[in-house]
Design a protein around this ligand. Structure first.
Ligand code: ZN
Length: 247
């Protein structure tokens, strides 16, 4: 079942946001994507985005017909005003406040707010993000309360009726792989394995069963552990969950 509205998906080129694009395509008549260049240490995420979208279109003519514009926004000011391991060349470590130094204060608040501004102009009423409380590093701007509060704020501030969808909020990485399998079958799982990028260190040398990455940073460990759990779970035989073939 597809709702008649349109969605704007925060799409970074990682596993989670790619799954969110497929999720939005299973629900919304029209889906656009938005990405942010914020001075990431490794621009690999940004370079995999266009080919990922192209390959998703190739998986399904239905997806191809409903996937619209991709918006790339320059938010390089974020690197200038913050000091974190994602934008500076420093070791990933835990900070005294219990948050890893990969935390970029306000990042998701800024992303969602900019996305809402673009969605307003494009007439899209859902904002879809891969925020997750279940097994990430406890980033406070990934929390459900934060997103619900932001939804209320955006709607008050823009006199709008946006909904923020966070389909991964309560599931773990294994369930995220499983969701991708349910939405696009093995072809989508394979595309996510080989074409998405999650590694904090920007490593793309060796292809592991769970994809490319250093295998040691927190993002790689989470992704690898989730993939292992996913592959150990029983599921319907391959071919039962294919992307929709026709519009
Ligand atoms: Zn890594």
């Amino acid at each position: 079942m597809t709702l008649p509205q349109g969605a704007l998906v925060l799409f970074s080129g990682g596993q989670d946001s790619t799954t969110c694009v497929a999720w939005a395509l299973s629900r919304y008549a029209k889906v656009e994507t938005i990405g942010f260049d914020y001075g990431q240490r490794h621009a690999i995420e940004l370079t995999v985005r266009p080919s990922l979208l192209r390959k998703m279109r190739a998986l399904s003519s239905d997806w191809d017909s409903r996937l619209g514009n991709d918006h790339m926004i320059d938010l390089s000011l974020l690197a200038k005003i913050s000091d974190t391991a994602l934008t500076q060349n420093v070791e990933i470590a835990m900070q005294d406040n219990g948050l890893p130094n990969t935390f970029v204060p306000g990042r998701n608040l800024l992303f969602m707010t900019v996305a809402a501004t673009v969605a307003y102009r494009r007439g899209l009423d859902a904002l879809v993000g891969g925020m997750c409380e279940t097994d990430f590093s406890g980033y406070p701007d990934c929390r459900n309360d934060t997103m619900q509060s932001l939804q209320a704020t955006l709607n008050l501030g823009m006199a709008s009726r946006f909904r923020i969808d966070t389909p991964l909020m309560w599931i773990d990485k294994a369930a995220t792989w499983d969701m991708a399998h349910g939405l696009g079958g093995q072809p989508l799982v394979d595309l996510i394995r080989t074409d998405t990028h999650t590694c904090y260190l920007g490593e793309r040398g060796a292809l592991h069963d769970w994809g490319y990455g250093c295998g040691k940073c927190p993002a790689c460990e989470l992704r690898a552990r989730g993939y292992r759990k996913f592959t150990q779970q029983a599921r319907p035989p391959a071919g039962s969950g294919q992307p929709p073939a026709a519009a």
